[in-house]
Design a protein around this ligand. Structure first.
Ligand SMILES: [Zn+2]
Ligand SMILES: [Zn+2]
Length: 369
């Protein structure tokens, strides 16, 4: 899942590094296992393990598929963690590199699958509505499909009109996307069973796991169902993809809320309301300490991009999402995800009253007042 953008030059970002071998204790009693993922911009996903009298809790057990399962078995066995003792799996959000093995733990060992109340993947049988179709087609689709889609960029828009809400006709028509969605879900359902949560939690709910009391922190933005876990006693925040050490998570303009970027800003601001944070455990990259500072850095990054859009509007006058994307992103990142994120930023400015949208043509055109 290429849901992260990196804006760096120079050395390789820690989120891109291949998995570290073995198990590291990153906070008292909290173990980090790094699982391989080969997605653009990401070299591994962190799976956190903690033990209590009942057994083991895992947070974010990697991608679906036998390769990750074997790797989990190998690493856990090497670290003296019997895999059959896993009684709970927490999934921070509805991306495959995070929920991947959760269903297997449910089936094999009857483990609880714990998510935020709003957890939903595009493969859920009940996820038939438009938003899920869009999510799948653009923001949440598996890498294979993304590659396929990028090969299909010559497909012209069909009679059903815009391929995306903003008229990005370069990628796929809505009809084709829906067909692909349907076909992929059918095919994927066979070998990629997505977990059905057994416990859906609300913000501020307390979870007893790994001998600690964790407070559920709902952090919508990257996804609407994003969940962080905070242990106030030891000052540990498991931050998922919400706050990463050196990269910023993808913000999709195709989310189910009006202004996903605003949601993300609010969730970033919330990070400074937790006092005594000493250890932040992200889903990619290494542990760090300054949660509030990093959250504000990420916010600043997005404000810089908003400013770039304002400046670009001087040259573009009225520009399409695609044109603004070319201003915001380097060419190697151009594509549906970059467009989606650009759209999220333009919509944010429109809702703030700074930008106006012209909907009369085949594509949305944004201008600034
Ligand atoms: Zn994610
Ligand atoms: Zn991730």
């Amino acid at each position: 899942m290429t849901h992260h953008h990196h804006h760096a030059t120079g050395s390789v970002r820690e989120e891109r590094q291949p998995p570290r071998e073995g198990i590291d204790e990153v906070a008292p009693g909290i173990l980090r296992l790094q699982l391989p993922i080969s997605l653009p911009g990401l070299g591994h996903v962190n799976c956190y393990a903690m033990e209590d009298a009942r057994g083991i809790t895992l947070v974010d057990p990697g991608l679906p598929g036998p390769k990750t399962w074997k790797e989990l078995q190998r690493i856990m066995a090497g670290g003296g963690l019997p895999i059959e003792r896993v009684h709970s799996v927490v999934v921070t959000h509805s991306h495959p590199d995070h929920f991947g093995q959760a269903g297997r733990f449910r089936r094999k060992f009857g483990a609880d699958v714990i998510t935020h109340r709003r957890f939903r993947t595009f493969l859920d049988p009940e996820a038939e509505d438009q938003e899920s179709a869009d999510d799948l087609a653009i923001a949440d689709r598996p890498v294979k499909a993304q590659v396929e889609a990028s090969r299909n960029q010559d497909i012209s828009p069909g009679p059903l009109g815009r391929a995306t809400p903003w008229g990005g006709e370069r990628y796929m028509t809505s009809r084709r996307r829906r067909l692909r969605f349907w076909a992929m879900r059918k095919a994927a359902g066979k070998f990629l069973p997505t977990p059905s949560p057994t416990r859906r939690v609300e913000d501020a709910q307390v979870l007893e796991l790994g001998g600690r009391e964790w407070v559920a922190v709902h952090t919508p933005g990257h996804t609407i169902d994003h969940l962080c876990l905070f242990d106030p006693n030891d000052g540990v925040m498991i931050s998922g993809d919400h706050v990463l050490p050196t990269i910023t998570p993808h913000i999709s303009g195709l989310g189910t809320t009006v202004d996903p970027l605003k949601d993300f800003f609010d969730s970033l601001d919330r990070m400074s309301t937790f006092s005594g944070v000493r250890t932040v455990l992200p889903a990619h990259g290494l542990e760090f300490a300054d949660l509030a500072g990093r959250a504000q850095d990420i916010k600043r990054h997005h404000h810089e991009r908003l400013q770039k859009l304002r400046e670009a509007s001087g040259e573009l006058g009225q520009g399409t999402v695609h044109e603004y994307m070319q201003v915001l992103f380097q060419k190697r990142s151009w594509g549906p995800m970059a467009e989606s994120e650009t759209y999220a930023h333009l919509e944010h400015l429109r809702i703030l009253g700074e930008a106006e949208v012209d909907e009369t043509g085949t594509q949305l055109r944004y201008g600034f007042r």
